[in-house]
Design a protein around this ligand. Structure first.
Ligand code: SF4
Length: 264
């Protein structure tokens, strides 16, 4: 993987999430290279080969933070802050140290257990939150759709350690791939360690979408018996598959009193 310094550009940017005004992407690009990633369509580089890092991220971000009051900043919107190169480049660690020094906090989404390294800062921050995203029940299937991510059980163990350290935790089940992702089983595994769980389906608008073409290739070669069923569910928001899953999730939510947010 080649890592290059990118041209100067704003590091702090507006965030579209409810209750969070700003976000920071510590990298430009994401080595995890999930084939369903919505950000792949706008990628500046081929993420399987090249990732960009900000020049002097601390100095630039420090100046931007001085213009706003201390608050929670989101990390993990367009790129994963704990992708493999973070272990060498420490961009995310440096940003968290800066946040802590200036009285800011962080809300982080990741697919990596590298976040355990930073529990020391996160537990000292005012109300930091960490969510892990998970979409596959076994690692063999995960590897088909996420070229370079961490094992699912390692992510869950990271969530466990974060919760034990007193950090607010969440799990994002995304994307639910019909007939492949067993959402009920994943919720059962994640629920002891996640204060809140969100569930989202695979979001692909039409059949010409590059992400769909890539996923279609995987389905054709690995799930030839299921591809027709999967395709019909993905492109029909009113399909009975979604209705049944929604109903089962609502029952689970009620019976187990889960903080479950269903968006399918
Ligand atoms: S980890 Fe997130 S940002 Fe990175 S490729 Fe996967 S979906 Fe995209």
């Amino acid at each position: 993987m080649k890592v290059s310094v990118c041209s100067n550009r704003p590091i702090l940017s507006p965030c579209g999430l409810k209750d969070i005004k700003y976000q920071v992407d510590t990298y430009v690009g994401c080595e995890h290279y999930c084939y369903y990633c919505y950000a792949l369509a706008q990628a500046e580089t081929d993420w399987s080969k090249k990732i960009l890092i900000h020049n002097d991220i601390v100095d630039h971000l420090s100046k931007a933070l001085d213009k706003i009051p201390p608050q929670t900043i989101y990390m993990g919107y367009h790129t994963d802050p704990y992708q493999p190169c973070e272990s060498e480049y420490l961009q995310t660690r440096k940003v968290l140290e800066l946040f802590f020094k200036k009285g800011f906090s962080a809300s982080i989404l990741t697919k990596s257990d590298l976040i355990i390294r930073d529990i020391d800062i996160l537990k000292e921050m005012n109300d930091a939150a960490v969510s892990v995203s998970v979409a596959f029940n076994d690692n063999q299937t995960r590897r088909l759709f996420e070229a370079n991510t961490m094992d699912t059980d390692k992510r869950i163990e990271a969530l466990h350690q974060l919760k034990e350290a007193g950090v607010r935790t969440g799990a994002l089940l995304c994307p639910i791939i019909p007939h492949i992702t067993d959402a009920i089983q994943l919720i059962d595994i994640l629920e002891p360690y996640a204060d809140v769980i969100w569930v989202y389906g695979l979001n692909i608008n039409d059949r010409s979408d590059q992400n769909w073409l890539t996923i279609q290739k995987i389905l054709n070669s690995q799930f030839p018996d299921l591809i027709e069923q999967i395709e019909s569910v993905i492109f029909s928001k009113n399909h009975s598959y979604w209705a049944n899953l929604r109903e089962n999730l609502e029952i689970l939510k009620k019976d187990q009193k889960l903080n479950l947010n269903i968006h399918i």
